[in-house]
Design a protein around this ligand. Structure first.
Ligand code: ADP
Length: 467
């Protein structure tokens, strides 16, 4: 069973890790796919905006302004730099017009406002009539010339498209002859998505949230199941301990009973009334012991709801003194019993029998678990009647402190049979205190001793401290 549980837990944890990794991988993939589809979608929309007659005519205008300047360059009136600066100037000059159009169309097509667009001239060649090529702008070598759109760094953008345009320009050269030059021009368009990850994340937020909640749900489910498994194992251990204990407790009276019965049935006993009387006494005693044992199990197993309190107004200091007086009478001489009971005028509604039983149970435990100095202290603190019962016995470990009030729980030690019991005493005490709307608590240090606290509200019954 134990190995099976370990396998189950290991399996659940491995499955959880595998599931989490798969979920992480799928989420990452979804993010990536979404990013790609977003880019394709934006690209198509930009294409739809710039491939229109309006943008064509706009480009045509600044290109023609540029071409018209080429004769000046050819006639050495302006330098190459001035010619290229002119192209930039002519294009930029129409940028406001273009941007207004672009924004309007972007809105109409639902293009995300974080998407920027720009058009650049990436290569310009002039070819004369003899086929001589002059590179005014070389792609991948010179910086492209920004024409229209928003000027961002090229490394931050994605190339959407590029196209070539050729135009033959005729002009009269310095020798008054007609000369023709072919302009080969290449323009590229780029787009940039600002805060791209944020946009996709926003779009997938709902999905991520669901994935995260599902992940939390699965984790809680696994944790809950593992905890339940441990709880059941603990309960089953407690039950086994209880059965071992009770069989151990039953053995002694049963074997004595069987000896006594044998003696009685013996012929000799029939004639000897003394032996017969002795055996009958033993039978009665052991019978009583068995009866007590069974009563103890039945009574002490009661839950606080089943305890019928016979409440009466009592002065707690007086009552505690009475209980202590009676208890002191039964004590062996090696036990030191101290008392510090603070007097007060407050009366409280309690069942003397039950509360007395709880106090005596704790005191008996103190002796059972090797206490030689016992102390009962009573006072009112924080509006609570507080009865503290201390001993200098074997003490209770931190782990066990939480469990000792559970039904049938006994601290499992190798020498468990040294300390007899059924693990019901403290459970019963806690139920009695609970029925009085109080709380029971323990402070303890192993090998130093323990202090049990019974706390009952001054205004009994008005408040329930048990959560
Ligand atoms: P039982 O005494 O029959 O074992 P209880 O419910 O009275 O059952 O106590 C539960 C467990 O709490 C005990 O088995 C013991 O380990 C621990 N315990 C109770 N009282 C004391 C004490 N005064 N000192 C040390 N351990 C204690």
């Amino acid at each position: 069973m134990q190995i099976k549980s370990k396998f189950l837990i290991a399996g659940a944890i491995i499955a959880l890790i595998a599931l989490t990794s798969m979920q992480g991988y799928l989420t990452f993939n979804t993010f990536d796919l979404r990013k790609k589809s977003f880019a394709v979608d934006s690209r198509t929309k930009i294409g739809d905006i710039v491939k229109t007659k309006y943008v064509d005519s706009l480009s045509w205008h600044y290109r023609m302004d540029f071409v018209d300047k080429i004769p000046d360059y050819k006639r050495n009136r302006i330098s190459k730099e001035e010619l290229l600066a002119d192209l930039k100037f002519f294009a930029n000059d129409r940028n406001d017009e273009f941007t207004e159009y672009f924004n309007k169309e972007a809105e109409r097509l639902g293009l995300n406002e974080n998407i920027l667009f720009k058009k650049v001239a990436s290569s310009i060649q002039l070819i004369d009539e003899n086929g001589n090529v002059e590179n005014l702008l070389t792609e991948d070598k010179d910086s492209p010339i920004f024409l229209i759109g928003t000027d961002f760094l090229l490394e931050e953008g994605l190339l959407i498209n590029a196209w070539n345009w050729t135009f033959d320009k005729g002009f009269i050269n310095d020798n008054h002859q007609l000369e023709s030059v072919t302009v080969k021009y290449r323009a590229s368009i780029y787009m940039k998505i600002v805060d791209w990850d944020k946009i996709i994340f926003k779009q997938l937020l709902f999905l991520f949230l669901i994935a995260f909640l599902l992940f939390l749900f699965v984790i809680s489910l696994v944790t809950y199941s593992i905890r339940n498994l441990f709880k059941h194992k603990r309960i089953s251990d407690i039950k086994t301990d209880f059965i071992n204990n009770i069989t151990h407790e039953l053995k002694t009276p049963l074997s004595t009973l069987s000896i006594a019965t044998k003696t009685l049935t013996n012929r000799f006993a029939k004639d000897n009334t003394d032996i017969a009387k002795e055996s009958i006494d033993t039978i009665n005693r052991q019978n009583k012991r068995l009866q007590n044992l069974i009563d103890q199990v039945v009574d002490n197993s009661l839950g606080y709801n089943d305890i019928n309190l016979n409440l009466e107004q009592v002065s707690l200091p007086d009552f505690i003194n009475e209980v202590c007086d009676d208890f002191a009478l039964t004590l062996p001489s090696n036990i030191q019993f101290l008392r510090d009971v603070e007097a007060n005028e407050t009366e409280v509604e309690i069942d003397k029998f039950f509360l007395g039983t709880a106090i005596i149970n704790i005191l008996n435990n103190a002796i059972k678990f090797d206490g030689t100095v016992l102390k009962v202290k009573y006072n009112i603190t924080n509006n609570l009647h507080t009865i503290a019962i201390s001993d200098n016995g074997i003490g209770i470990s931190k782990k066990n402190k939480k469990l000792i009030f559970d039904k049938f729980y006994r601290v499992s030690e190798k020498n468990m049979h040294t300390y007899k019991g059924l693990g019901l005493g403290l459970y019963y005490c806690s139920q009695i205190v609970k029925a009085h709307h109080g709380i029971i608590d323990v402070e303890s240090k192993v090998k130093e001793g323990s202090t049990f606290y019974i706390k009952i509200p001054v205004e009994n019954g008005k408040e329930n401290f048990i959560s």
